[in-house]
Each structure stands twice: as C-alpha cells, then as structure tokens.
Design a binder for this molecule. Structure first.
Ligand code: PEP
Length: 250
C-alpha cells in the first residue's frame, strides 16, 4: 500500500515565532488524523528548532532545497549531510520556483536527488508544465522529459524512497487548480513512466502528490482520484486549519 502524504511548502514566509506557532498548531490539529503522513517544509533557519519540536510526533520535517554538492567551498549553500545531521527527513527538489529563478535543471536535480538519498533524506521531486506547454498539448512530453532527466541512474531500490509531486506551474500560487481529471491523467501517466523503467511493484508503491493552489475546498475531489496520493501544499499550508482540513480530504 502506498503512503498518503500531505506536505506543506512554506516557501519564504513567516517569521521564526510565527513558524513555531504554526508548527505547534499543526501538531495539535493533527491529533485526530490517522493514515496520512504529514510533512512540513519550513525555511532552513527554522529547521533545527522544528526538528526538536517534531521529534516526538509523526510529522515529518522537510527542507525546501539542498545543494548539489557534497561539502566544501560553496558559500551560502546547505548540504544534504547537514540536513541529515539535524533530523530532516525529506527535501523538496526541482520546485518550479527553483527552476525559474535559480536556473535549476533536471541534471542538477538529479545530482541533488542522489545526495539526498545518500544521506537518508527522502526527495519530494517536482515536475510540471508551464501554461503554453499545456496549451500546445506538450504537457505529457514535458513531464516525461523531466522524469527521465531527474531519474537518470537512479536505481529501483532508490525509487522506493522518492516521492513525486506533479505541480502544473500554471496552478502554483494562481488560485487556478488543475481539475481532478487533469491531475488523474497526469499522475497515471507518471506512474506508467515509472512502471516502464522500474516495473509494476515499484510504480504501484510510489506516492505521487498533486500541487498547485490546492485548498480544503478542492482537495477532496483531487485526492479521491486513484493515482493521487496526496498533495504538496503552498499557500494553504500557512494556515493550520486549512492544512489539516486538506489532510482530512482523503
Ligand atoms: C507549491 O509551491 O508547491 C504550491 C503547490 O503552491 P500553492 O499551493 O500556493 O499553489
């Protein structure tokens, strides 16, 4: 049985006290939840404290990024090894904002995935098309290319520690959610691509999350689709009630 996961990407939002309050509110709200793995991705500077607070809970701690280098003279960067040393269990990689603003390519994401796995951190690997690509009916080929590049030389054993997030870029932060049908057909396509490379069992156990303006009002119809295993949530993860309501949508 594959895992149901709802992950919150806080991006560059909230002060430290606001972040700590949100974590405590989420812990409180999550007490009634069963069967869903909650994950939160605060900014790096809050990770160590978040790790201590989350230690005795079932909520997983994620980072929003890590570097594609092992260690050394890379001013300002944070490595997978460092994240591992403070108890970070997941890392979001290949987010469209990193691709658009920081020039991240599938090749760089592939290097990051390998380092995250080396340090026992589960990558949440993002893919998704921009609006003109969807309008030109190129969305399947775009996502297929991203998956191929990001999974280069990733072994079958490693895939079982990876989560994929399908995030159509036109839906991120726009208030425009993909329809349940659009999400399902892309998730099915991604699962088939993984099946073609890694076989049925691995593909069937892979959690594929939907991301893009997911809210409590839209999560239910999307999460009920057979190939959707949860969500990567941006804006709505900054409110504990909304985040918990989304996690209650299965
Ligand atoms: C995201 O950035 O991963 C995301 C899904 O954002 P939002 O929910 O705000 O669209």
């Amino acid at each position: 049985m594959r895992k149901k996961i709802v992950a919150g990407n806080w991006k560059m939002n909230l002060t430290f006290p606001e972040g700590i309050k949100l974590i405590n509110d989420i812990i409180q709200g999550s007490e009634s939840l069963s069967d869903v793995q909650l994950v939160i991705a605060p900014p790096f500077t809050y990770s160590h404290e978040a790790s201590k607070i989350l230690e005795k809970t079932n909520i997983g701690l994620a980072a929003q990024n890590c570097t594609n280098n092992e260690e050394g003279a890379f001013t300002g960067e944070i490595s997978a090894k460092m994240l591992n040393s403070i108890g970070v269990k997941y890392v979001i990689l290949g987010h469209s904002e990193r691709r658009a603003y920081y020039g991240e390519t599938d090749e760089i994401v592939n290097e990051k995935i390998k380092l995250a796995l080396k340090y026992s951190i589960n990558p949440i690997v993002c893919c998704g098309e921009v609006l003109p690509e969807r309008e030109n009916n190129e969305h399947f080929s775009v996502v297929a290319k991203q998956i191929k590049g990001m999974f280069y030389e990733i072994t079958p054993k490693q895939v079982s520690n990876i989560i994929i997030a399908y995030e159509p870029v036109w839906a991120i932060g726009t208030g425009k959610t993909a329809t349940p049908k659009q999400a399902q057909e892309m998730h099915h396509f991604i699962r088939e691509a993984i099946q073609n490379s890694y076989g049925h069992e691995i593909a069937n156990n892979l959690s594929i999350l939907y991301g893009g303006s997911c809210k409590p009002s839209t999560a239910k119809d999307i999460f009920h689709k057979s190939d959707v295993d949860g969500g990567l949530i941006g804006g709505a993860s900054l409110n504990a009630d909304d985040f918990i309501n989304i996690a209650n949508s299965f």
